[in-house]
Ligand binder design. Structure first.
Ligand code: AMP
Ligand code: TRP
Length: 328
């Protein structure tokens, strides 16, 4: 059976970029693959985050994932730091990666650029991400387009480790959806929608109320050209709306575009589609938030299942690289 792994940072509210670009694929995979999904709390420490916020967002992110359709009985859902093997394998992979290849990652350049003091972990972040993936003998990693380069690096590290120390890791592949792989900020259609760096009005959280969704979509920045056409290169704002509607309805964005000649009716249909898509998610978030014990129990079960798989791979990697066996 195909093994699937993916992760999401607890750095803010889950938004429709996360949902359409990644989480929908995770939900669909539960019935056809062996799936593991992880709230990557250690990754959230690469940028400044208040300890209380990290604590509450870790649980809220798990709630959001379950509300979006991840079922702890059909997938392994857990918190990264609950399985110490992640941090340990990350070290072995930092000893496999080079400074040059980590420095070239575009996300490191983007996130590090405007900061006075950049955490060392922001540079080594992709080695931890590679550890997340490689620990589970992962075949496919369903992610949005922004993670393509990190997964390419995880592949390179797996191949390098295997050729230096003998066959140890499965070499993973990125799985990126054909549409909505890069949902753009509704206010800044040249920037991806983001938990940490997005504009408040341009970011639609999966828990936004119908009124908030309608307001944000109505105010979405488009362009001054006339007519509605699907052209992501030169008309990113309207293409973004068309892709969102396309994923929500299953119709091709070009076909959808041909039905409209003004932005008003398009925006109103996009808002309606999002409201309908998110209504059940929002209702389940309310239910699960009122029942944190159920969520914690699911995460505890997930961590114990994940740890069982991870320890086998970690021992294999430790032995291959020449670390002596741990005393039992
Ligand atoms: P993050 O919020 O960075 O932890 O991302 C979690 C998952 O959502 C990853 O697979 C990302 O690639 C995906 N993702 C994040 N932002 C977007 C976006 N604006 N459009 C599509 N996918 C996204
Ligand atoms: N870096 C990813 C992001 O910001 C999150 C992540 C961490 C991840 N580890 C992962 C995604 C492993 C896929 C697989 O979106």
């Amino acid at each position: 059976m195909t093994r699937i792994f993916s992760g999401v940072q607890p750095s803010g509210d889950l938004h429709i970029g996360n949902y359409l670009g990644a989480i929908r694929q995770w939900v669909a995979a539960q019935d056809v693959a062996d799936t593991l999904y992880c709230v990557v709390d250690l990754h959230a420490l690469t940028l400044e985050i208040d300890p209380a916020a990290l604590r509450s967002r870790t649980l809220e992110t798990a709630v959001g994932l379950m509300a979006a359709g991840l079922d702890p009985d059909r997938c392994t859902l857990f918190v990264q730091s609950h399985v110490p093997a992640h941090a340990e394998l990350a070290w072995l992979l930092e000893c496999t990666a080079t400074y040059g290849e980590l420095r070239r990652m575009t996300q490191f350049k983007d996130k590090g650029n405007d900061q006075e003091s950049v955490r060392a972990s922001l540079l080594t972040y992709p080695a931890l991400m590679a550890a997340d993936i490689l620990l589970y003998d992962t075949d496919d990693v369903p992610v949005g387009d922004d993670q393509r380069q990190h997964i390419e690096l995880a592949r390179d590290l797996a191949i390098r480790f295997n050729s230096r120390y003998g066959d140890t890791f499965v070499v993973p592949r990125a799985s990126i959806p054909p549409l909505a792989a890069r949902v753009m900020d509704l206010q800044r259609p040249d920037k991806k929608m983001s938990k940490s760096t997005g504009t408040p009005l341009g970011t639609v959280a999966i828990t936004d109320s119908p009124d908030e969704i309608a307001k944000k979509v109505r105010r979405a920045v488009t362009d001054t050209e006339s007519g509605v056409r699907y052209d992501p290169e030169s008309r990113p704002g309207v293409a973004n709306l068309l892709e969102i509607l396309s994923v929500a309805t299953g119709e091709d964005p070009r076909v959808i575009a041909s039905r409209y000649d003004a932005y008003g009716p398009l925006k109103s249909d996009v808002a309606d589609a999002l409201v309908e898509l998110l209504a059940p998610v929002r209702a389940r978030v309310a239910g699960l938030s009122a029942d944190p014990a159920t969520v914690s129990a699911a995460l505890e079960k997930g961590a114990s299942k994940a740890a069982g798989v991870a320890s086998v791979t970690l021992d294999r990697a430790r032995a291959a690289i020449g670390l002596t066996p741990r005393p039992r």
